[in-house]
Design a protein around this ligand. Structure first.
Ligand SMILES: Nc1nc2c(c(=O)[nH]1)N[C@H]1C(S)=C(S)[C@@H](COP(=O)(O)OP(=O)(O)OC[C@H]3O[C@@H](n4cnc5c(=O)[nH]c(N)nc54)[C@H](O)[C@@H]3O)O[C@H]1N2
Ligand SMILES: Nc1nc2c(c(=O)[nH]1)N[C@H]1C(S)=C(S)[C@@H](COP(=O)(O)OP(=O)(O)OC[C@H]3O[C@@H](n4cnc5c(=O)[nH]c(N)nc54)[C@H](O)[C@@H]3O)O[C@H]1N2
Ligand code: SF4
Ligand SMILES: [Mo]
Length: 666
């Protein structure tokens, strides 16, 4: 047996360092790397499950082609020849943008950028922009700061108060949870704002429950109190911001009574939050859940504004922490993806891909290639996604398992798992370390790395010379941008984890990356893109405040949060205990509908329905139903049967949690 350092590839805040045991050419155990400065030897069950995902009997090990509705094993030669011929014919007949590359970010390896290189060299396919995950929040921070950047994890030691605003830290961000436990012992004040009393709320000094989608209004309430009490940071506002008078006008246009009513947060709590924000440093860690609403971008902008007005921007222990895109921006995407090779382009917003596939003309979508994603369970409005993905002539899916998306494919190409290929891994969500993952075992069966698959297709399409590089050479291309900062691939490989040269306390020079160089309450970038750049008062699309009629028909807010034991859809087929649908309801719903635990219920709206077994939430905002995302069709189906594909206010995010439903006992 031998042990090796490696890295978790999963799309997660934490990006952990691993120690992997290999015996007789097989991965047998995964543990945490104690030497990793952030993840310190602790990993979660999803990381450990990668051993099962690699060794499972259910893995797809050979190329498959659907013939008369049944999958048949074919050779790689046949698969690659037929797929490349189809790509050539589609381009010739309809143009390159008749092909859609549908993907998400299921793998945090640097070389997941290679499909972009492939499609650019192909001439430019239809690609996806924005993100169902964090699109509206990232765009919001681009408007306010010019980029989305977080404070380094250790900076939490400088915070007097920590506000966990809509992030399910105990479940989704285990190392931030570790930090919270540690700083709490030293007296740091921890506050959780969330519609659900979650695992993080349990360790907090206070828990504030809020009506879903109304966080921006709470931020306005806090700013109103800051200003009433004359606690705002006048110097910061004066010297480093743009558009404060517009913000003031918005703040003044709504009363505290209205805010209390809509948010369900009492005035004393709002006043106490104003005192906490002004008596900092106060760090705000925002989650992604609360920006998956029609007003999601505006919500993040209002929280950013609160952090700015209270003087918590650019100081140690402060920050409006959302994503940390400066991590991913450290790599040389241009060298890896060759954008100049693209001749044609068309983009669909990720959330709307099904609608756009179904309505596209000039050219229509004729072929879809899917990698690192499972749109049939993960993209909103599953019934429309099914219709869309069934409507094209050819669907090719690069996969490890027979997911709902793979099941629908004409060709399934078996993809290697993390330990079967070399790469470097990072996450643009939390910390700034890049981790090295060596190739530890041979890929099982005839599985191949995605890079190999794209390269073989490239050869057959006549742009093989752009792919005539080894994996190592591709990785080196991507880290070329770090050379002048003294970081090389060899160093990353040797040390297993290296901190990237990003700002550890972002904006500490008060030079912002916005067009004005200031923090922008009124966004010039937003205006340049044709939006009203001002911060507004806005509500979710599906709420009793904005749509009374719908609220009467479907009175409950459905939250579809991330599962504890699976990264999205990745483990449901491997853990028997996950193969049911749990419908968590707030106490008021249980009382009103006479529900007790384990009652069978149907949850429904105009888009679809789902059935499952009741559990009752201990504490939450009223009128809430919560169903974890990621479930497979064979185990009851994805909760995205119910969600809407509509985009968020700034155009680039999803409205997954902006969803009204009804419920009935069966
Ligand atoms: N176990 C596990 N961990 C994961 C993942 C996973 O699938 N499983 N996925 C990873 C990925 S890709 C991501 S994007 C992150 C997401 O990490 P998080 O942001 O922590 O998780 P989400 O499930 O998106 O968000 C859920 C939280 O937002 C709250 N919420 C929902 N609506 C509102 C609202 O209107 N206001 C407020 N204040 N709170 C609200 C929910 O109650 C819940 O506590 O997690 C990563 N980590
Ligand atoms: N209702 C609802 N829906 C949601 C969310 C929610 O909170 N609620 N969360 C959203 C969020 S935050 C996200 S990030 C998305 C995630 O959406 P996805 O990324 O589509 O979700 P995963 O289940 O992680 O699916 C990824 C698939 O990629 C495969 N895969 C893993 N590694 C590789 C690889 O290296 N190559 C290839 N070819 N395939 C690979 C896995 O086997 C898996 O089947 O889901 C979104 N959907
Ligand atoms: S899923 Fe996240 S917390 Fe779990 S091991 Fe991987 S990076 Fe770490
Ligand atoms: Mo995500």
């Amino acid at each position: 047996m031998a042990t090796f350092k490696s890295a978790c590839p999963l799309n997660c805040w934490d990006s952990c360092g691993f120690v992997v045991e290999v015996e007789n050419g097989k991965v047998v155990k995964i543990d945490g790397d104690k030497d990793h400065p952030i993840t310190k030897g602790k990993i979660c069950g999803r990381g450990r499950m990668l051993e099962t995902r690699t060794n499972s009997d259910d893995r797809i090990l050979y190329p498959l082609k659907k013939v008369d509705g049944e999958f048949q094993r074919i050779t790689w030669e046949q698969a690659l020849t037929e797929i490349s011929e189809k790509l050539l014919i589609v381009r010739q007949k309809y143009g390159s943008t008749a092909v859609l590359h549908s993907h998400d970010y299921a793998n945090g390896g640097l070389l997941t950028k290679i499909p972009d290189r492939f499609f650019n060299c192909y001439g430019g396919a239809t690609d996806l922009i924005g993100s169902i995950c964090w699109g509206s929040g990232i765009e919001a921070q681009n408007w306010d700061f010019g980029n989305s950047a977080s404070h380094a994890p250790d900076d939490i030691y400088n915070s007097k108060n920590v506000i966990i605003w809509g992030r399910n830290v105990a479940r989704t961000n285990m190392h931030l949870f570790g930090y919270l436990q540690e700083v709490k012992k030293k007296g740091t004040n921890i506050i959780v704002i969330d519609p659900i009393y979650n695992g993080t709320a349990k360790i907090a000094n206070s828990y504030i429950s809020i009506t879903p989608g109304m966080d921006g209004l709470l931020a306005i309430g806090i700013m109103k109190e800051l200003i009433r009490l004359d606690l705002q940071d006048k110097e910061f506002i004066e010297k480093y911001t743009l558009g404060f008078s517009d913000l003031l006008a918005t703040i003044e246009s709504i009363s505290m009574n209205e805010i209390e009513e809509v948010t369900n947060v009492p005035r004393e709590t709002i006043t106490s939050l104003a005192n906490i924000y002004s008596n900092g440093p106060t760090a705000t860690y925002m989650g992604l859940g609360m920006q998956r609403y029609a007003n999601g971008g505006n919500t993040i902008r209002l929280i950013d504004a609160l952090v700015a007005v209270s003087g918590n921007v650019g100081i140690p222990g402060g920050g409006a922490n959302f994503g940390n895109t400066q991590v991913g921006q450290s790599f040389d995407s241009v060298a890896l993806t060759l954008p100049e090779r693209k001749k044609h382009s068309r983009s669909f917003v990720m959330s709307e891909q099904a609608e756009r596939i179904l309505t596209a003309s000039e050219p229509p979508i004729k072929m879809i290639m899917v990698s690192s994603g499972n749109p049939l369970t993960q993209v909103p409005n599953t019934n429309r996604v099914l219709e869309a993905f069934q409507s094209v002539d050819t669907l090719v899916v690069l996969e490890q398992f027979m997911t709902d998306t793979a099941r629908l494919a004409d060709y399934v190409l078996p993809s290697a798992t993390v330990f079967e290929e070399e790469d470097i891994y990072y996450s643009s969500m939390y910390h700034h370390f890049v981790n090295y993952g060596p190739k530890l075992v041979e890929a099982r069966g005839e599985a191949k790395s995605d890079v190999w698959i794209w390269s073989e297709l490239a050869k057959r399409l006549g742009f093989g010379e752009d792919f005539n590089y080894t994996r190592k050479e591709f990785i080196k291309m991507g880290v070329g941008s770090l050379q002048e900062k003294g970081i090389s691939f060899e160093e990353i490989k040797e040390k297993s984890h290296v901190p990237l040269p990003v700002q550890l306390v972002p904006w500490n020079d008060f030079h912002f990356s916005t067009p004005s160089g200031k923090f922008e309450f009124t966004s010039s970038l937003g205006e340049m893109k044709g939006y009203d750049g001002r911060i507004k008062i806005s509500y979710p699309r599906e709420s009793t405040f904005s749509n009374q009629e719908l609220g009467e028909k479907y009175p409950y807010s459905l939250l579809t949060i991330h599962p504890l034991r699976s990264n999205h859809s990745q483990n449901y087929h491997l853990i028997e205990g996950l193969q049911t649908i749990k419908v968590e309801v707030s106490k008021d719903i249980a009382e009103q509908k006479n529900l007790v635990p384990n009652d069978k219920v149907r949850v429904f709206n105009d888009r679809g329905e789902i059935t499952g077994k009741v559990q009752i939430l201990k504490e939450s905002s009223p009128k809430i139903i919560c169903i974890d995302e990621g479930q497979w069709h064979i185990f009851g189906g994805s909760v995205n049967n119910l969600t809407s594909h509509e985009v968020s206010d700034n155009g680039l995010g999803s409205t997954l949690y902006d969803c009204l439903v009804g419920i009935e006992k069966l």
